[in-house]
Design a protein around this ligand. Sequence first.
Ligand SMILES: Nc1nc2c(c(=O)[nH]1)N[C@H]1C(S)=C(S)[C@@H](COP(=O)(O)OP(=O)(O)OC[C@H]3O[C@@H](n4cnc5c(=O)[nH]c(N)nc54)[C@H](O)[C@@H]3O)O[C@H]1N2
Ligand SMILES: Nc1nc2c(c(=O)[nH]1)N[C@H]1C(S)=C(S)[C@@H](COP(=O)(O)OP(=O)(O)OC[C@H]3O[C@@H](n4cnc5c(=O)[nH]c(N)nc54)[C@H](O)[C@@H]3O)O[C@H]1N2
Ligand code: SF4
Ligand SMILES: [Mo]
Length: 673
Amino acid sequence: MTTQIKRSACPYDCPDTCGLLVEISEGKAVRVSGDPDHPYTRGLLCPKMLHYEQTVHSPLRLITPLKRSGAKGSGNFTPITWDDAIGEIALRWREIIGRYGAEAILPYSYAGTMGLIQRNSGHPFFHALGASRLARTICSPAKDAGWQAVMGETPPPPPESVAKSDLVILWGIDAAATSIHFLRGVQDAKRNGARIWLINTYETATASAADEVILVRPGSDGALALGMMHILVRDDLVDHGFVAQRVQGFQELKDQVLPDYSIEKVAAITGIAGEKIERLAREYGKAEAAYIRLGSGLSRYGNGAMTIRTIACLPAITGAYGREGGGCFPGTSTGPAFAMKEVTREDFMAAPTRIVNMNQLGNALNGLNDPPVMSLYVYHSNPAAVTPDQNAVIKGLLREDLFTVIHERFMTDTARHADIVLPATSSLEHSDLYRSYGTYHIQRARAVIPAVGQSKSNREVFGLLAQAMGLDDPFFRQTADDLIDHLLSIPTSLRQDIDVEALAVGRAVQLRLPETGFPYRTSSGRIEIFNPREEHPLPCYLPPHGDNDPFPFRLMTAPTPYALNASFYEQEELRRKQGGMLLQMNPLDAEEKGLENGKAVRARNDLGEVTFTLRITSKVPRGVVVAEGVWWLTYAPGSRSVNALTSQRLTDRGEGSTFYDNKVDICAMDDKK
Ligand SMILES: Nc1nc2c(c(=O)[nH]1)N[C@H]1C(S)=C(S)[C@@H](COP(=O)(O)OP(=O)(O)OC[C@H]3O[C@@H](n4cnc5c(=O)[nH]c(N)nc54)[C@H](O)[C@@H]3O)O[C@H]1N2
Ligand SMILES: Nc1nc2c(c(=O)[nH]1)N[C@H]1C(S)=C(S)[C@@H](COP(=O)(O)OP(=O)(O)OC[C@H]3O[C@@H](n4cnc5c(=O)[nH]c(N)nc54)[C@H](O)[C@@H]3O)O[C@H]1N2
Ligand code: SF4
Ligand SMILES: [Mo]
């Protein structure tokens, strides 16, 4: 039996975009390992991907198109042919378009695959059809908006630079779960003598890598950053030369804002001891090159953009932005590496169509929209699990008059509610082009095994749908590889002088590193602490939404190391490693509530009720409960999972999700209150 080893890339929504080596035998992937030649990830894979072959060849993979044969949501389906499936979709869509107009069709997709071709392959089709558009703001647009308010389009230096830092703050990021390769850089810095601080709302797995852990009251980090700046100014830990030349608005911040953020006040808002705030600020101010790694957690609040904006001002005051190993890292900006308009084809839209916010799918499916949403086409996303306000989403999906189609690899919570289910390829079965959002690397990956069962790639399915709907632009007949060749034929400045041969044979290649220093890419060319285009021209503390909710516990809907959003639940071993669908709670809170470790508990608020298994742990502070992972309902102890408790409220800027900005009450299962 001959085995071959081929290169591929990790397709998941993770900043690292690991290089993979896939061992193939008789057309099947039998083993997957990290590519030691990948310049950044260097062969280290996370626990989720160690057995990717078990996901690719899982007995749970969908292998034929299916048509619903029972009540909505019953999970009863009958296999049908591709011709029948595409024919039925086209027929129903023609009826809906005839009666309501094409905007009654809503596409819903996000990040099942990050490959640029497959991920975006629905855009041209839905633009040509005239369907509603989706504002894809479920992840972290408030983080981008907060960064842009201060730094404009300035790209951050590559993540490798953290190794040169002497003080690292991991701020709102569980790097041990979500950024393992970045954490390796942090450990290099630590070996070189750097001090590591972690600022989170509970002690995550990353806490063991830190010298100091600060547990902040959820949604109050903006106040902490203002308190730190208050101390930097008070103790004159300011880089006056840097501020004078490269910063706009320091004096206004100093005179008009910082006096309001005394240590006592900041301690009261954040719940952090004044002494600890002092120590953090002084260490930060005295460091030569302090590095802040910003996660997304703290941006998923009603005040998320302002929080990020406030933190992004810190390195302006100390001048850390100007020093190697210093600054603030929210992620990389590799978007301009490719002419993406050639893939998304906005030019196919005859006129701009309605935009629906993906976080408010619940409202869109149940509301009195004109036209109403009569058909939902879901691809590489699992909205019944990952979208806030699960009860509203599921209520919408149960509508008898909603025609739902899903293109998926597995019978997910969303697929269960569909009328037609189409089987999707995994990343090993289709070609794609990847660009990382945590490093400056790109990689081309070709299909390395044949499609499993009758599954087809996103690109192929949209080709079939275009044909059935009478869209005859030759674009729809191009293969993924054709489109990749086309993109690579268009030069961009980030791809200047890259190693094209290495790219062609499937190796990860570093882009040309962008200019990250002064003058900055803002309208003034300086770092804009004062930004006159913002509603609040100077940073300030805004309270999060949840502060007004009438329930006692703040709910953290955090990532787990053993899943990625609602992906990987098909692997039993990974579910087992999570230990079940747990709710973590402080021992004193549990005692006060009379709750026992390992027992079923009910979390509830105005939106819904969810059953979890209780884990009592002192890693979670009082007043906070933690639900890691986004469990499939199939494996949940009750009939709902965590997002039945999260709301459709949006962030202050960017119309983002506010997953972390919710409160709940907890009681034992037998307590009927
Ligand atoms: N293993 C794993 N990896 C993943 C994912 C996953 O689900 N699992 N998801 C992927 C995706 S889609 C994304 S967007 C990235 C996200 O990865 P990150 O950028 O790390 O963001 P999150 O992991 O969502 O949130 C990080 C942390 O924010 C903390 N947090 C919540 N509220 C606050 C607050 O008010 N203040 C502070 N200081 N901290 C707070 C949470 O407790 C959590 O530990 O990770 C990707 N990688
Ligand atoms: N409670 C809570 N909710 C969250 C989060 C959280 O941390 N906590 N995180 C939020 C964040 S940051 C994000 S980004 C979203 C992510 O939400 P989603 O983008 O919906 O991510 P996944 O849950 O990974 O689901 C992706 C689905 O795509 C399928 N898929 C994979 N590859 C392909 C393909 O090539 N074609 C097709 N058609 N399908 C494919 C997979 O089988 C999987 O079921 O979730 C959000 N929801
Ligand atoms: S999920 Fe992230 S860390 Fe894990 S293999 Fe993929 S890119 Fe690497
Ligand atoms: Mo995300």
